[in-house]
Ligand binder design. Structure first.
Ligand SMILES: O=C(O)CCC(=O)C(=O)O
Ligand SMILES: [Fe+2]
Length: 324
């Protein structure tokens, strides 16, 4: 099987893009590659040296290597985007950060990654979508550390961390690392009620597909709630664990033209990626222990034994129960 561009792990695989002005529309057509000097990667837009695998991949697929087309270069991505808009508590919104072709590519990568799950993609197994978003895939789920996909999206995690640190200095100062990806899908009319992502910290959210209404609901300090329309390609850096927020996809919201609804196996019109730092196994256990005692009056191990559940999924369930 062909290696996924977003799961590349080796530093030497990292392509560097030459500077290019932002072009509205497609990134799909690349100029023909110049005749490659023997010491250079032959893939278009790639300046890495020979034996760089992106060239081999490009040659075998005969298309522009997707890894080169996505705006992996965070400095250049920020330079071509407009100024980030401040959000409460030090967060920021980068509007139209991804062009439609890039959003479509990322979305396709997510459906492809979801299919690396042993037993088939989560969504295809489950039928319809209710009023709440559903997990499409996770890598190192922020609360349970479980993964529903078979390959680590290393490159996407690294990109998210770099972008998060650039957009939210608070995240960089706090030393937040991004090791977790949670991808959820919404149907039209789907929503998340006001909440904080308790126990978590900073993270990067990428919106793909139909528009959503995102409410920032900071408490205290006279801070006023802020309502934002999140459109496909918008990126939010926020302290999700501290900022109260709610998400709603309007019933009339339509996915963009490029959206391939069939690929999800359900009536999804919006897909959101959340890249964050997962709880460590120790943090997860300590929180689960407290919740098991509060809710059931027994320790976590004992509850796991009695219910037959594995500790990570039990901790996730306890978290939901504690929030109810
Ligand atoms: O869908 C989004 O943009 C944010 C989702 C969210 O807040 C959450 O999953 O906790
Ligand atoms: Fe949230």
């Amino acid at each position: 099987m062909r290696a996924l561009p977003i799961v590349e792990v080796e530093e030497e695989d990292e392509p560097r893009l030459p500077a290019s002005p932002r072009r509205p529309g497609s990134t799909a057509s690349a100029p023909a590659p110049p005749p490659a000097a023997p010491s250079q990667c032959a893939a278009p837009q790639c300046t890495r040296r020979s034996r760089h695998r992106c060239a081999a991949r490009w040659r075998s697929s005969r298309t522009q290597p997707p890894g080169c087309a996505f705006p992996w270069d965070v400095g250049r991505l920020l330079a071509r985007a407009g100024p980030a808009e401040p959000l409460p508590m030090g967060g920021a919104l980068l509007r139209s950060a991804l062009e439609p072709a890039e959003a479509r590519w990322l979305c396709r990568e997510m459906t492809r990654l979801s299919r690396t799950r042993a037993g088939g993609p989560l969504l295809a197994a489950g039928g319809g979508l209710g009023n709440r978003p559903r997990e499409m895939l996770s890598w190192c789920h922020p609360f349970s550390r479980l993964s529903s996909c078979g390959e680590r999206p290393t490159r996407l995690l690294r990109w998210s961390e770099e972008l998060l640190h650039a957009l939210a200095p608070g995240a960089a100062a706090a030393g937040v690392r991004v090791d977790s990806l949670l991808v959820q899908v919404y149907a039209a009319g789907g929503s998340l009620l006001p909440h904080t992502d308790a126990d978590l910290s900073w993270g990067l959210g990428v919106s793909l597909g139909a528009e959503a209404v995102f409410e920032c609901l900071p408490r205290g300090d006279g801070a006023v709630p802020q309502t934002i329309r999140l459109r496909s390609g918008d990126i939010v850096a926020g302290e999700w664990g501290a900022l109260r927020h709610a998400v709603r996809v309007p019933r009339a919201a339509a996915a963009p033209e490029w959206w391939d609804g069939e690929a999800f196996g359900c009536a999804a019109v919006r897909c959101s990626l959340l890249a964050r730092q997962a709880l460590t196994a120790e943090e997860q256990r300590a929180l689960g222990e407290g919740r098991a005692r509060r809710l059931y009056g027994i320790g976590l191990e004992e509850l796991a034994r009695r219910t037959g559940e594995e500790v990570p999924s039990l901790c996730l369930r306890l978290r939901h129960e504690a929030a109810e």
